[in-house]
Design a protein around this ligand. Structure first.
Ligand code: SAH
Length: 338
């Protein structure tokens, strides 16, 4: 049985030719009617995947410590626009705001803005954050610009699409999605005029580039230059650019086929933090990359976990999932921008 979105995409390919990975990805996740993020409640045990804030309150508490530190560094302004990108169920923000109350001046300076495209997630965020005043945005362009801004985004960048290029027989090709004789989606290659970095490349090397992610960080940069502030972006990925196919789909906590059941699977890829850092530094910003383990320890997670785990075994296990290098501690990277 085809999903409604498969029928739409099949028609598009029949009429207009094969789609780039980025175009297919955008349709799968963000089609206004049938896109994965528009329709589903993907997060948590009953959903398709779990994220750090859903695992433990410790995560949001440490992010709150970081935000308070940046607020102080920029001179404890009376007003800041705390802006979250892709807030999911609103859990991270709820934990941030709870801990922020420890420093009343900081807490009252916060004006809350959420950038979220999905109506379902917006409804969930409104429910979670019902005690706060929230303004939603479809993208960054409508955010206010008359005070400093602090951005946070956990597993936001990985939702933005990548293009893939393959080096074969001495040339680069773009990886495409077309139809086989049975009208099933299939991988293909289209010749490409691109020429990346100096050769030699290994045959069949795959290069992923993400104009969508690059454009978001450049938008953040414009805001930081103009308004002052800082940004914290957390995702799984790598600090050094490299080659390799990192595209993956998940459904119900299991890996799934990227080319099957579109609209019902989540598609992501590793974030090339090395490339984003290079772009931001060229733009005059200061960027620091670390592992999630190092970041959370620097913010004091060990002490907080010890304090709370006297009351709860769950805190202890959440701590280990977030920090241990064989769990999320190493694969997840933290990018601090100012
Ligand atoms: N940060 C949350 C959720 C991560 S899932 C957490 O850690 O639990 C990705 C989130 O980004 C969802 O809220 C999704 O709806 C949102 N999203 C995906 N693409 C987006 C886009 N282009 N603009 C704004 N939000 C987007």
């Amino acid at each position: 049985m085809s999903t409604p979105l498969e029928i739409i995409i099949r028609q598009l390919i029949t009429h207009n030719g094969s789609l780039s990975v980025a175009a297919y990805w955008s349709l799968c996740l963000s089609h206004p009617e049938y896109g994965y993020y528009m329709n589903r409640n993907p997060l948590g045990e009953e959903g398709d995947f779990t994220t750090a804030p859903e695992i433990s309150q410790l995560f949001g508490e440490m992010v709150s410590v970081w935000i308070a530190e940046k607020w102080r560094e920029i001179g404890s302004p009376k007003r800041i626009y705390l802006t979250e990108l892709g807030p999911g169920r609103g859990t991270l923000m709820l934990d941030i705001l709870r801990i922020a109350k420890i420093v009343p001046d900081f807490s009252t300076s916060i004006h809350l803005h959420l950038v979220e495209t999905s109506p379902r997630f917006r409804a969930k965020q409104a429910e979670t954050l019902k005690d706060y005043h929230v303004t939603w945005h479809d993208d960054l362009s409508t955010l206010p610009d008359d005070a400093p801004v602090i951005f946070v985004g956990n597993e936001f960048l990985d939702a933005l699409p990548v293009e893939q290029y393959v080096f074969q027989d001495g040339k680069w090709f773009e990886r495409m999605i077309g139809l086989d004789v049975y009208k099933n989606f299939t991988w293909g290659l289209r010749s490409s005029r691109f020429d990346f970095d100096p050769p030699p490349y290994q045959d069949r090397a795959v290069l992923e580039i993400s104009p969508a992610r690059e454009s978001v960080v450049l938008d953040l940069a414009v805001r930081l230059h103009k308004q002052g502030g800082a940004a914290l972006l957390i995702d799984y990925g790598h600090d050094k650019s490299g080659y390799g196919d990192t595209l993956q789909a998940v459904r119900k906590h299991q890996y799934a086929n990227v080319l099957k059941d579109c609209g019902e699977i989540d598609i992501t890829s590793h974030v090339d933090f090395g490339k984003l850092k290079e772009i931001l530094e060229q733009d005059g910003l200061s960027v620091h990359l670390s592992s999630q383990e190092n970041f959370l320890k620097r913010m004091g997670i060990e002490m907080r976990a010890a304090q709370l785990s006297l009351k709860s075994q769950e805190i202890q296990s959440g701590f280990h999932r977030l920090v241990d290098p064989d769990q999320m501690g190493e694969l997840f990277r933290v990018m601090e921008i100012k």
